[in-house]
Structures are given as structure tokens and as C-alpha cells.
Design a protein around this ligand. Sequence first.
Ligand SMILES: Nc1ncnc2c1ncn2[C@@H]1O[C@H](COP(=O)(O)OP(=O)(O)OP(=O)(O)O)[C@@H](O)[C@H]1O
Length: 724
Amino acid sequence: MNQPNPSNTPRFTPQGLIPTAEQTAIQLAQNKVVLVDANAGAAKTTTLALRIGEALARKLAPEQILALTFTPEAREVLRRRLQEVGVPSALAERVAVLSFEDFAAWMMDLADNDDVRQCRDLRALKEPALRAIDRTADRYAGSVDGLELHTHSVALSQFLEVQQSLKATMALDSDVEFMGHEEAAEQLGIPLSDYLATLEYEAMRLDGGAGAVFRGPFDASYDLACNLHEGARLAEQFPDYRLVLCDELHDLNEASFRILEALIDRPQAFFVGAGDKDQVIHAKLGASDEYLKRRFSERFPKLARYPLTQTWRHGPHLAYAMAEFKQKRVESALPLRTEILHAHYADAAECAQRVVAAVRQWKADGNAYDGCAILIRDRHQSMAIENALIEADIDYRTPPMAGYLQRDEILFLRGLLGIALKDFSAVKSEQVRVAVVEALVAFSEMKFSIHSMDNFKQQIMKSPDLLGELFMIEDERRDGVEPDYRDVASAGTKRAVIAALAWLSTVDPTAPAAAVLTELCERVQLAATARRIFVRAYDASVITKSIASLLAAAAASGQSLREFWNAVNAREAFIRRKRDRKSVLIECAGNAKGKEFEHVILPFLEEGEFPHPSKPRREEENLFYVAATRARARLTLLAPSDAATRSSFIAQMRLPKSSAAAETALERNQRAPVATPPTRCYLTAGFQDKDHVKALGAKFDIARRAWYVESGTDLTPFLAWMKK
Ligand SMILES: Nc1ncnc2c1ncn2[C@@H]1O[C@H](COP(=O)(O)OP(=O)(O)OP(=O)(O)O)[C@@H](O)[C@H]1O
């Protein structure tokens, strides 16, 4: 147990909140390594900001503080909390608050002494990925059995994802170089083709070992972690950080852990990290609760663990429901009734109507739309909801996930309809037209050189009705060339799509849309193609569900093919129109981590959806926990009317039991005296005035470098230094 030292009192007093004793203990902790494993909303980020304020008040130079996060969003939240607790912006701006990637890129540039090109956008990596696949074919085709190399955009993104995972987990840096290729691929748990292509890709990226030529996501962290691991002296070139902090430690993976180790190992450095082991949801990228539970203590045996036991985000009703759900202690001292509401539905369309009703009720209760977030488990779930919101004339936004009309599988079908109806110009956005071309190429498994693809996209932007010619173009690079590995798996798909298009062109546009689309999907073998082009069965299943939702929407509309086509394009126009009203957010639950919303709506809480059957139960629980704990004032749970098919997560919250206990706690919280943070009146007094104002009773705030008087003080003597 970490007892506070009575002579060690805070020099930084935050504004706007009164820190709890637990927060103050972390603010003042003097241990070399401090770890905080605490519940969602328990003020982890805020407390890291207090720790920074304290260090500045103790005259640590801002340049000697490094605060690391895993995402740009988390970095912004930490910067905001620094402002909120009252660290003056002039000082806060000098503190390095960086994502691991940015820090690693900066350190690698220091080491390489050059400005390596950063490719943050995955699309920029497709070209080198394609080259790596070509090199793999040149080198191994004929000598390696079962080489399966695909070059369509979906396969390329998957290849890049596999690589990210190998790098984040540092598996690529493990001892596989002396193994045979097959054995190494097996050890890494990836297909042989991906392994060989990765070797080629890395040889190109690192210029055969001479140094990086470009870096994609995770590459900088990976390069830095490799460099540190090889005993290079790069850590000695790090700036002289005395205080290192890390937020969202539950996202930690092997690459970032190695970087932290190097920072903490420096003799002068102190470390404070905070995370929540129940929020680990990125296992695919190597995140694991093992770091919080075990790895830190093994590596730094003297580390001190500090608790933050209360959540400040919501009241006892949600806090206790989550305590039951996770079978752990969660407390809330807030005098706030966070409502947990339920509604039931028979099918997807009714679920979407319930979402609309929940949003409308929120508005009718006097709240703004933008306080409301609909957090879905998977992107296919948004289709019914988006359609219902459009019909109800409620604006919504979907960052960073594209609305359903712009998803690859839907764009593919839209492309086919546009060709068959000879009406592709009805798709008004040039960006969407280009995306349709990419989707047609991916789902027809066509092969294009980048050059001819770019040319074609340019033409389509100007003359949309040329789209049908896509299927007539042969890649000019291949004229007279024998079909190679790229053509083998895919020729059948392209033939099926061309045949389906020929059929579609003969269909009467007044025929019912649902029947035509169902037959179209069968003719183009959409489900089978999805299973082939998506390596992970899970991704293929999302595509299949997405298509099923489209067919259900078409059936429910009762529209003809032509009407359906027009309606889809009109919807796109609705979504793209300029927004000046406040809008509801639709977001995948996994992207909402670290954020908070007044009202969270969780739809489709049914077996087969959430928890997802193909994912580990524990990770699904964590995802649900993240989603539900984003709520401050209201949580709406939407589940099937048939109790037998409801998500088991609802029962796991044991709401009757937890809400009874919460009522008592709420009464207790409401009776507790309300402590309001002391307010200070800051003076404009400069250095030359210091003796004068000090004699009058003013105090100096070291963190803000400003003189102030406590609230309640007679301000008359200080009028000369008051802001006008
Ligand atoms: N002492 C306090 N008194 C009142 N409110 C507080 C206090 N400390 C923090 N808060 C508020 O609690 C809320 C949650 O804080 P914060 O975002 O720091 O939690 P967190 O543990 O980092 O959350 P998450 O687990 O979601 O990342 C914020 O709105 C913050 O302003």
C-alpha cells in the first residue's frame, strides 16, 4: 500500500475539480514506476494531467516530460484534460504529448538523420505491396507449392494488416531467419504466401538493410523497437525525459512495450502509466492485459500500483451494472441517475425504428442530437438504422466508418445496377464513382496495372456511362503474355460477373428489386467470392450480413428495380448534403474508446451479433464494457422480443440486483455535501509587481506562473492587477 508522505503536499492545484485522495496520491507519487489499472471513466487521463501539472509546478522543464498515447484521438483527449485541469497552454504546448508512432518516427529520423517518407494512408502502401507480390511471384513461382498470390485491393489490405500484426507483436523480429520458409510461416501463424511477400516487402522498405525508404502504420514503432532490441545506442540519443507517462495502457503491444522499457530504463526517468485491463480489444494488434497484469511487474519488480476506484462518468446505476457484468468493484460517488432503458424488437427494421424512437425521446426530453451516439457491434448493422434515420429526417454522421452505401460490397452491386440500367451518371459524387470502379475490380477479381486503373478512373469521373467498358479492358501490360499466377483463381469470377451483367441487362426495370438483387447475388457468386477474397472468415461473414440487410431493405420497400436504384441515389444525396443541424453519431463500438457521450444506444443485442460467435468471449465482453461505459446520463439497450435470443450480456448485468443497490447509493450520493472547487482570481501582476502583491497576501501559482488570490478575499487592493 502506498501511504502518502505528509510532508509531500501538492504544489499544483487544479481548476474545475477537487482531486480525490487517490488522485492526489498519484499526483505526488515518487516511485520510479507507477501503474494505475482502473475502471472506465475513473479519471485515469485526468490524473495523468494532474501528474504533469505537479511536475511543472515543481519546476521540471516541460521539454523533459513525454506523454505517450496509442492513437491521435487519445492524444487529443490528454491535451484537452491538461487544459481542463488548468495547465497553461503556453506550458502544455511545450510538453511532448505524442502517439507512439509519432514519437518513434521522430526518434528514427534522429537516428537515420533523414526524413523518411511517412505513409499514414494505407492506400499509399498498395503500390509497394503490389510490387512485393510481383517480386514474390518472380522469385518463388514454380519452386514453392501452393503459392496463392492475390492482387485485388481487398487482398492487399489484408496483406498489409497481417504485416501490421507481425510488427506490432514483434513476431517478425523473432528467431525465424534460420528456419525454412514453410516452418517460419507456420511458427508465425500466417499463410506461406503472406510470409514470403512480407520478406520481399521489408527488403524493399528497408532497402536491403541500408535504411528505411518509407514507413507505413506501425513501421516506425517496429523499426525503433528492433533498433533498441539490437543493442543499438539509439536510446542514448533520446531527449532527456525525466517524466514519462502513458495513457490507455490496455492498447500496449510488444513493440510499444519495448520502447517504454528503453525510456524507463534511463536512470533519471520516472514513469506513470494508466490503463484498464477490461478494455483490451485490440488483441489482433498484439494488445493484451498481460502487460498490466504481469509483464510490467516482472520487468520492474519495484513498481507501485495505485488505485482509482470511482467512476466519474456515470452514476451508480450504470456503475453497478458494469460491476456485475465484469464481476469487479466499480463505485460512483456522483449524485446522477444514469438511466438504463430497454426496448424490444421483432426484426432488424423494428430495431431501427426503436433507435429512431430513442433518439426522438432524447430530443423531446430537451437534449441535443449531438449528445447521442449509436454504437454498433459491426458495420453491417448500420444499414437498417441509417435508412430509418433518413426516413425520419434525422441527420447522422458516421466517422470514420463510411455510411453503408459506400461499402465495397454495396458499391459493387451499385456498379452492376448502374451498368445494366445504363444510368451510372445518377451517382453524382466523383469520389463514389471511383470507389465503385475499385469495388467492381475487387469483387470481379480483375487484374489491372495501377496505370490503366488510374486512367480508367479518370475517364469514369468525367463520363460515368463508360463504366460498362471496364469489363472489356484487358490490362495492356499483358498483351501477348501467358496468363500468370494472378489470373488463375480469378478468371471464373470475372466470367460469372460478365454473364450476370448480360442477364441483368435483360431484366425489366419494373421487376421487384428484392427478387432481382437476390438472383444477381447468386449469379455473381457474391458469398463465395467474399469467402475467397477475405482471408478471415469473420470479414466474409460481415459482407454476407451486409448483403442480407440490403436484400431485406429492398424487400421491405416493395420497390421495383428502377425505383430502388433511384431511392439509393437519393439517399446518398441526403447524406452528402451540407449539415448545419446537430447530428447523431453512428460509430463502431471499437472506435469509441476513450470518448464519452450523454446518451449511448446499443442496438442489435442478440445472440449471433453481440457477442460475436467467432470471437473470443473475453474480448467480446471487453468490447461491450467499452461501449456501455461511454454513457453519462442514459444507456438504451435494444434486444429481441424473444428472450431466448437476447444477448447474454444483458442478463450478465443483473439489472434487478444492481439497480436496487444503485438506488441506495444514489440516495447516499445525493445526501453527501456538494464540494465545489475553490475558485481563484488570477492577477495580471508581472515580475516587477511580485513583492507588492505578495505583501498584500497574493500567492504564486508555479504551474501557471501567475499570481492569484483565493475566492472570498477582498479584491479592492488588487484592482490594479485585475483583468478588465
Ligand atoms: N476529481 C474529479 N471530480 C469530478 N470529476 C472528475 C474528477 N476527475 C475526473 N473527473 C471527470 O471524470 C470524467 C472521466 O475522466 P477521464 O476521461 O480522465 O477517465 P478515464 O479513466 O481516462 O476514462 P476511460 O477509461 O474511458 O479512458 C471526465 O469527465 C473528467 O472531467
